[in-house]
Write a protein that binds this ligand. Structure first.
Ligand SMILES: Nc1nc2c(ncn2[C@@H]2O[C@H](COP(=O)(O)OP(=O)(O)OP(=O)(O)O)[C@@H](O)[C@H]2O)c(=O)[nH]1
Ligand SMILES: [Mg+2]
Length: 301
């Protein structure tokens, strides 16, 4: 007889290793935004995966990084703190790295994990992208010396390769107990939050190089009228020049952002969506802890 299991699993690692891609892959839907640029995830976000008797509550976190020079802003502290907080009270940690390169930031993450009592699974992601597959076994041998990992699993979060084996390794280590969430609940975040994140993802993907850290998105209206969901989103930037970049020539850039975000929203919300976007300048928000708070970046987030 199988018994009910339920537990919390933190997804940790340096920026850009594929934590959010892995979460979306496990859940079979997009709840956490991803981008080829590092430091995409800003808030802690929970993804709930219920399969038969086992419920796994994944906590996706911002990548842990070394704060350096000019990047040492309030938002960076917030992101590192958020990742550290997620490690408290979890039943298992999934530590994700990018292929067979052990970087100083991976070492930094490991140093925060060695004090934990719970098991740590090391995930070697992006193996689809590994040029020389013969480096994998010696690498596994080498990293297994660094810590007593519960398991080492090479996967591709993008293609899904070996993700099922990883899920099995995770599920069998969760404590017995009742489920905390209904089986159809997929995240702790509201639809408004997901809507704002989808707009932010399109901005990062289309304009990432030109707009580092300087944008945030607020949802001002989220209303179902008949068959159509009406969403108004406000994009906040730091400078007039950034506003011009987002709007683009004759509004074309903003139109593209809006179109891509709307298509994702229609999929996520299973409804026709009317999306209106505005851009406003709000100076120095990423540098100012108070401004961050007013936008909902509180310690609990
Ligand atoms: N080739 C390949 N690319 C991947 C894989 N997993 C993730 N990626 C890509 O790596 C980039 C970063 O992925 P994210 O999921 O945003 O990474 P993250 O660890 O959540 O990053 P932060 O939120 O910035 O900490 C994206 O462009 C993904 O498409 C993989 O298995 N193979
Ligand atoms: Mg992420």
């Amino acid at each position: 007889m199988t018994s009910s299991r339920c537990g919390y699993v933190a997804l940790v690692g340096r920026p850009n290793v594929g934590k959010s891609t892995l979460l979306n892959r496990i859940l079979g839907q997009k709840i956490s935004i991803t981008c080829k640029k590092p430091q995409t995830t800003r808030h802690q976000i929970m993804g709930i995966h219920t399969e038969g008797e086992v419920q796994t509550i994944y906590v996706d976190t911002p990548g842990m990084h070394l704060a350096e020079g000019t990047r040492d802003k309030a938002i960076n502290h917030y992101m590192n703190d958020t990742a550290k907080q997620a490690l408290r009270d979890v039943d298992l940690v999934v530590f994700v790295i990018d292929r067979t390169k052990w970087m100083p930031e991976d070492q930094l993450v490991l140093e925060r994990l060695i004090y934990l009592k719970c098991p740590v699974i090391l995930v070697i992601n992006k193996v689809d992208w590994l040029e020389d597959k013969s480096t994998l076994l010696p690498f596994i041998e080498e990293v297994s010396q660094k810590h007593d990992f519960a398991a080492l699993v090479p996967i591709s979060a993008l293609s899904g390769k070996k993700v099922n084996s990883l899920v099995n390794e995770i599920q069998k280590r969760l404590p017995e107990g009742p489920h905390f969430y209904p089986e159809d609940q997929v995240t702790d975040r509201s639809l408004r939050f997901l809507a704002a994140e989808l707009v932010r993802e399109k901005i990062m993907r289309q304009l990432g190089e030109e707009l580092p850290y300087s944008t945030t998105v607020e949802i001002e209206q989220f209303k179902q009228q008949g068959k159509v969901l009406h969403i108004h989103a406000l994009i906040l930037v730091e400078r007039e020049g950034q506003k011009k970049i987002i709007i683009g020539d004759r509004g074309n850039q903003l139109k593209l952002i809006g179109r891509d975000a709307r298509l994702d929203m229609e999929k996520a919300f299973e409804s026709k969506v009317m999306l209106n976007l505005w851009v406003k300048v709000k100076s120095n928000w990423s540098d100012n802890a108070r401004a961050l708070k007013s936008l909902g970046y509180t310690g609990q987030d």
